[in-house]
Design a protein around this ligand. Structure first.
Ligand SMILES: [Zn+2]
Length: 244
């Protein structure tokens, strides 16, 4: 019996003469692999379904550890992401993140929809992309259970004299607890406001305001620490422009 699902293609691997193995983010099953037969033949009806970044509705059948593509239709085509260098780099970074954090057979509909929304923004926007990516990182890491605690000291629960942020502890630290801790970042009220804003607001609102680079950098470090990965190949293409 066939399964109806939606996918985002994270990676395409050429296989044999005409086939591809697709690493996908599936709406129902999280990370899955799909065998897409004959999609590299000209006139294949499924060829656009098999392209990286595309969001498609598909019919699949399960065969052992893999799914086999029967047919599908592109719902959203994000080829425009590849027209701007910066959008392409951050789009590729998003695929790398998803490849790293998604688990097999673990659905995450909220993350699926958030990723589609991000791709829509990346395919039309060329300004303010750093803020969008910071928002995606902090929203994603919050979905994974690492939302930074910001209204009280993560160590002793007091609500005043909060002066520092700790990446490792996952939130704010009061002046007194800070005396015994290492690797703290001094913050100002604006930074906490921006963090909270990025977590709570939609991408459409975020693109309209300027987020300070200190906040963007903090989020990136915070994200990498809690995601458990710090060597994203795609970001090296930026040559240290944004995340250094
Ligand atoms: Zn404290």
């Amino acid at each position: 019996m066939s399964i109806r699902d939606e996918i985002i293609v994270l990676r395409e691997i050429q296989y044999k003469d005409y086939d591809k193995i697709l690493h996908c983010f599936s709406k129902k099953y999280g990370k899955i692999q799909i065998m897409a037969k004959r999609v590299r033949k000209s006139h294949s009806e499924n060829s656009s379904v098999s392209l990286t970044f595309n969001h498609s509705g598909v019919n699949l059948i399960k065969n052992k550890d893999m799914y086999i593509l029967l047919d599908g239709d592109v719902i959203n085509n994000y080829y425009k992401i590849q027209n701007h260098y910066k959008s392409y780099v951050y789009g590729s970074y998003t695929l790398e993140i998803l490849n790293h954090i998604l688990q097999e057979n673990e659905s995450n509909i909220k993350l699926f929809e958030m990723t589609i929304k991000l791709f829509q923004m990346l395919s039309v926007e060329s300004e303010g992309i750093e803020s969008l990516m910071a928002a995606y990182e902090i929203k994603l890491i919050s979905l994974m259970g690492f939302r930074p605690l910001m209204d009280r000291c993560i160590s002793c629960d007091v609500r005043d004299e909060l002066c520092y942020l700790s990446v490792e502890e996952g939130g704010v630290i009061c002046k007194s607890c800070a005396k015994t801790m290492l690797n703290l970042i001094k913050f100002d009220a604006n930074m906490l406001y921006e963090l909270d804003f990025l977590i709570r607001h939609k991408f459409e609102d975020i693109i309209k305001i300027e987020i300070h680079s200190k906040t963007i950098q903090f989020i990136h470090v915070y994200f990498m620490h809690h995601a458990g990965k710090d060597n994203f190949k795609s970001l090296k293409l930026l040559g240290g422009d944004y995340y250094e």
